[in-house]
Ligand binder design. Structure first.
Ligand code: SAH
Ligand code: SF4
Ligand code: F3S
Length: 435
């Protein structure tokens, strides 16, 4: 019998859904009497909320576990959570003696029970995907900043051939519409001014993402709504229309394309073509002309030729992305692409990634420069490094640096004065008028 832990620390890796899960785990542990460890505190429970999306994810998790052992040989209780936990299951206990419990993304509402089991000398593993949703077992929302995440849909049925998410997160399930609206209200009551609706395929939300956005937009005190991540095939006309009609819905759309080559898109099982993707964006821009588009790209998928890669650069130019994430393909065990022929050589992948990223940076800079001189509202979300400096988000999700005595959570009017590929600088509009 060991003592129950008092102070916990949760480290979340990977996507925003993991960040959301980390917050909910923290609320759960707090409601069961524990406290979050401050940055300088020694925690006696560490939850590693892991991501499995790219290469060496499991190895990285095990080495993170290893580093938790203190100089005197003692260590905190360790919970392996998230997508590596789901993928590894009981194997994790064999691979590392320092792991006390293994909990998957659909089972973390059981953490307090599992901690009690550990105290009784057990090493529980729960990677079930129960029919009863964890959401029904979690305490109400408490820890809220000005900008909050809200998971509305989990899992994925798309089975892109490179991706582990359908295996680690399970089948696509949407939360009940009214539960989501109630949680949104709770977040706003707790101080949120912006809510980002989350799902691996959020635009496939069963009750209609457009309807959900319109319902949440009615909440007083909520200023901004965003959503991510969307699949091009699920961009419905109703959702596109909402972009033109709902003021609180921000002019920003993350719509991953992955490749500009139809041959590669087919091998990826993406169910869209370069052309159909561009047509979708035409409709989105017709509804909301100033919308910022962002995306994800994979270079070096098996069989990708120079010509295929040129098609990817072409779609980047055709769209003019405001921002984007780009990755080298990494084979994930158990996915169809992992056994496909035509592996792309490492140096070719490196070179393609570099060319793609410099092209994307040109477009980001062009997008950001186009906002110079404009007046916009930013939602302050953190302190800058310089004294008096704060950082906020523009409607287009750009980080804007400004000198102001406004606090985190305030909305302030700024005029953009300069632009970099990943940020903007601005001055307060009042200050400008006064000067
Ligand atoms: N559900 C989202 C996010 C999936 S994961 C979507 O469909 O867009 C986020 C990004 O990681 C993907 O868009 C893809 O670009 C990248 N990714 C996923 N699996 C990968 C792999 N095996 N190798 C390289 N990048 C990958
Ligand atoms: Fe993965 Fe494709 Fe599902 Fe996105 S849509 S989570 S890339 S399988
Ligand atoms: Fe990673 Fe799992 Fe998210 S694999 S990207 S943490 S769904």
């Amino acid at each position: 019998m060991t003592d129950l832990p008092q102070r916990f620390r949760i480290k979340s890796f990977g996507c925003q859904m993991n960040v959301y899960d980390g917050e909910r785990m923290a609320e759960l542990l707090e409601s069961s009497g524990m406290r979050a460890a401050g940055p300088a505190d020694d925690a006696d429970l560490v939850v590693l909320n892991t991501c499995h999306i790219r290469e060496k994810a499991a190895e990285k998790a095990y080495s993170d576990v290893g580093r938790l052992t203190r100089e005197d040989g003692t260590r905190p209780l360790v919970a392996l959570a998230g997508c590596v936990a789901q993928a590894e299951g009981p194997e994790a206990k064999r691979r590392s003696k320092a792991i006390d419990m293994v909990v998957g993304p659909q089972a973390y509402h059981r953490l307090p029970d599992m901690i009690a089991q550990v105290a009784r000398g057990e090493r529980p593993v729960d990677t079930n995907m129960p029919a009863i949703s964890k959401f029904d077992a979690l305490p109400a929302r408490r820890r809220v900043g000005p900008s909050a995440f809200l998971t509305v849909q989990e899992g994925c049925d798309k089975f892109c051939t490179y991706c582990v998410v359908p295996y680690t997160r399970g089948a696509e399930i949407s939360r009940p519409f009214d539960d989501v609206v109630a949680e949104a209200q709770g977040l706003v009551d707790g101080g949120a001014r912006e809510i980002t609706l989350l799902g691996q395929n959020v635009n496939a939300f069963e009750g209609g993402l457009d309807k959900l956005i319109r319902a949440i937009a009615k909440i007083d005190g909520l200023e901004r709504i965003r959503y991510t991540t969307s699949h091009p095939a699920d961009m419905s006309d109703a959702l596109i229309a909402a972009h033109g009609e709902v003021d609180k819905l921000m002019p920003y759309l993350h719509l991953p394309v992955q490749s500009g080559s139809d041959r590669i898109l087919k091998a990826m099982n993406r169910s869209h073509t370069a052309e159909s993707y561009l047509r979708t964006l035409d409709k989105v821009r017709a509804a909301r002309p100033d919308i910022a588009i962002s995306g994800d790209f994979i270079v070096g998928f098996p069989g990708e030729s120079d010509e295929d890669f040129t098609d990817t650069l072409a779609i980047v130019d055709a769209v003019g992305y405001a921002s984007a994430y780009s990755f080298k393909y990494s084979p994930r065990p158990g996915t169809p692409a992992a056994t496909m022929e035509g592996a792309v050589e490492a140096h070719v992948m490196d070179e393609r990634l570099q060319r793609l990223q410099s092209r994307l940076a040109e477009h980001s800079l062009a997008f950001n420069r186009a906002t110079i001189g404009k007046d916009l509202k930013i939602l302050i979300d953190r302190k800058g490094r310089l004294p008096g400096q704060m950082i906020g988000k523009s409607p287009w999700l750009q980080s804007v640096f400004v000198d102001t005595d406004a606090a985190i959570g305030d909305m302030v009017d700024v005029t953009v004065t300069h632009a970099l590929p990943n940020s903007l600088g601005g001055v307060l509009r009042d200050a400008r008028v006064a000067a």
